[in-house]
Design a binder for this molecule. Structure first.
Ligand code: HXC
Length: 539
């Protein structure tokens, strides 16, 4: 490596630098050693990496490569290792401590990210591992950048005892502190067991990959010991379970590539923080855009089903939208999309499932989405076609009152621009809850097909005219007559508009144009809130 000068001394060094100088300080040597160490850390442990691949999973660094813009990743604390020996006396202290953390860009926008590395101690979380996560979380919050967590971990590192638990607490506290300030996204790509599952639950969106991801608080062995019931990891907490039944997972994907593609799409629709606007696309001339299909998709018969997704596709730019929680509570559709370039949150009843009635799950799903949009300044467009809350013993016993109240609460406190569009039915409490004028929507629009009432004509007549019907010679004819009268008097399309509860009755084909105009008109909406610590949402 040649002659080196180190203060007063100089001398020759051999190829490995060490032999001829007690204090070898050659820049080329130090750089080479540094590079070798770094390359070794980046390459990882050969057999563990091969095993990860055999399990159908990518390594932490490969995942960061899929997520981030090429070459944009900057890492922190690559050399971090756990302290001392473990209680078993082993001195196995791999660099990174099982998590790769830092910052990069997605489509040129800054994000902070950590990726648990299952090839090191099963991605388990010890003191050093947690400290690195805490650091990127703090930096994400301080810089107002989205935080993305890639989870693949055996949970608390058992040999580190309470320090591991302390590490988790620090993550949860930071998740909550960042909630509503920066978007937080969890991606579950392997095990995410025990208390570890609470971090994804505290973040805004959770992605899971089929076959490889699992989330549960207590694993199959404990479940079997306690209940005698044998279940597999996937049956207990696989992606299907959480995407379909529990609602824990927002997005479910077949593989890691499509998962990261969708994550990048999601990020393109989100602001970096609660003070920024979501990135706007170019205006699409939507204010003049008539959509004849809209008049065909929705049948005039109040009980004929159709797909609310088709309505959304006609309303938004390029027919493109990202459905949030697609597999769970399908009777309500929540979606992010652009309308005339502006990002909007759409909430719509889905007449294809449970006739679009609101139940406990749909109320929770929509409430959480409304709150997310409100926290991040995303205007809400609510598409109403709802026969009511779902009647049923199960629903009542499962607390539909409490869960429906969440949606009501979420809308009532939302200060972002709010536009309600009533397509067809809007009955009873469900009408109020679906962003009616009375709970603070800014603009209520209705199609000429709208039926807004306390209940449907048949039910109403049965209640109001019970005695007359019981005494009638021809109750069928009388009922038909009374239904016709009731409908003409109370359920005609302009009844609510005459009373100022609907701002405009619009031609369905104009809906995209009118909503785009109102989004522009409401763009600068500001709403002051009274001082309080926080409200008490019925959780
Ligand atoms: C330390 C762990 C570990 C853990 C896995 N490993 N989990 N080391 N602490 N929690 C290590 C294994 O010893 C193994 O090391 C390597 O990671 C890979 O693990 P395998 O078991 O070989 O992998 P696999 O067969 O794929 O099984 C994955 C697994 C299993 C299902 C996650 O490892 C497992 O059940 N781990 C324990 C899960 C657990 O009980 N965690 C604590 C949960 S309680 P070697 O050296 O052999 O490669 C919890 C409380 C948090 O998390 C509370 C927060 C509030």
């Amino acid at each position: 490596d040649g002659t080196v000068t180190n203060g007063q001394r100089s001398g020759r060094v051999s190829a490995d630098g060490a032999a001829t100088d007690p204090l070898p300080r050659s820049m080329p040597l130090l750089r080479r050693r540094h590079r070798e160490l770094r390359d070794g850390i980046v390459a990882g442990r050969g057999e563990a990496v091969a095993r990860q691949h055999r399990l159908g999973k990518r390594t932490a660094r490969e995942r960061l490569g899929l997520l981030l813009d090429e070459g944009s990743f900057t890492e922190i604390e690559m050399y971090r290792r756990r302290r001392g020996q473990d209680p078993a006396g082993r001195d196995d202290r791999p660099y990174t401590d099982g998590v790769v953390a830092g910052s990069g860009t997605v489509d040129g926008r800054r994000v902070f990210v950590y990726a648990q590395d299952f090839t090191v101690f099963g991605g388990s979380l010890g003191e050093a591992h947690a400290a690195k996560i805490h650091k990127v979380m703090d930096l994400a919050l301080a810089t107002g950048s989205p935080l993305i967590a890639l989870n693949d971990s055996g949970g608390a590192r058992i040999q580190e005892g309470v320090t591991a638990l302390d590490g988790y607490g620090g993550i949860f506290r930071r998740n909550v502190a960042a909630s509503g300030v920066i978007p937080q996204i969890s991606v579950v790509l392997g095990p995410c067991a025990g208390g570890a599952a609470y971090s994804p639950a505290l973040t805004d969106f959770t992605f899971m990959v089929r076959d490889t991801a699992q989330m549960y608080l207590t694993g199959p062995d404990v479940v079997a010991a306690v209940s005698g019931r044998r279940v597999t990891h996937a049956e207990l907490g696989g992606a299907e379970v959480h995407g379909g039944s529990s609602g824990v997972a927002t997005f479910v994907h077949d593989d890691e590539e499509s998962c990261f593609d969708d994550l990048r799409y999601l990020l393109s629709l989100l602001p970096s923080n609660n003070l920024d606007l979501p990135p706007a696309g170019p205006s699409r001339g939507a204010t003049e855009d008539l959509r004849p299909r809209l008049a065909e998709i929705v049948p005039v018969e109040p009980n004929r089903p159709y797909d609310m997704g088709e309505v959304i596709a006609e309303l938004v730019d390029d027919g493109e939208y990202l459905e949030i929680g697609e597999g769970w509570a399908k009777n309500v559709v929540c979606a992010l999309a652009r309308l005339d370039g502006r990002v909007v949150g759409l909430v719509g009843n889905q007449p294809r499932t449970l006739a679009g009635a609101l139940d406990s799950a749909a109320s929770q799903k929509a409430a959480r989405f409304v709150r997310f949009c409100d926290a991040f300044g995303i205007p809400l467009v609510t598409l109403v076609d709802v026969p009511g809350f779902l009647p049923g013993v199960d629903q009542e016993h499962s607390g539909i009152i409490r869960h429906g109240a969440k949606l009501l609460y979420a809308y009532c406190e939302a200060t972002v621009p709010r536009i309600q569009v009533i397509l067809r039915k809007a009955y009873g409490g469900a009408y109020i809850v679906m962003d009616s004028r009375s709970i603070g929507t800014d603009v209520s629009l209705a199609w000429p097909t709208n039926e807004i009432a306390v209940m449907g004509a048949e039910g109403a007549v049965n209640v109001i005219h019970r005695r007359e019907l019981a005494a009638a010679e021809d109750p069928v004819a009388l009922r038909a007559e009374l239904v016709r009268e009731y409908t003409e008097r109370l359920v005609h399309p302009h009844y609510a508009a005459e009373r100022g509860l609907v701002d405009d009755v619009i031609d369905p084909v104009e809906t995209r144009a009118v909503v785009a105009r109102w989004l522009a008109a409401l763009e600068d909406k500001r709403a002051a809130q009274p001082q309080r610590k926080h409200g008490n949402i019925p959780l």
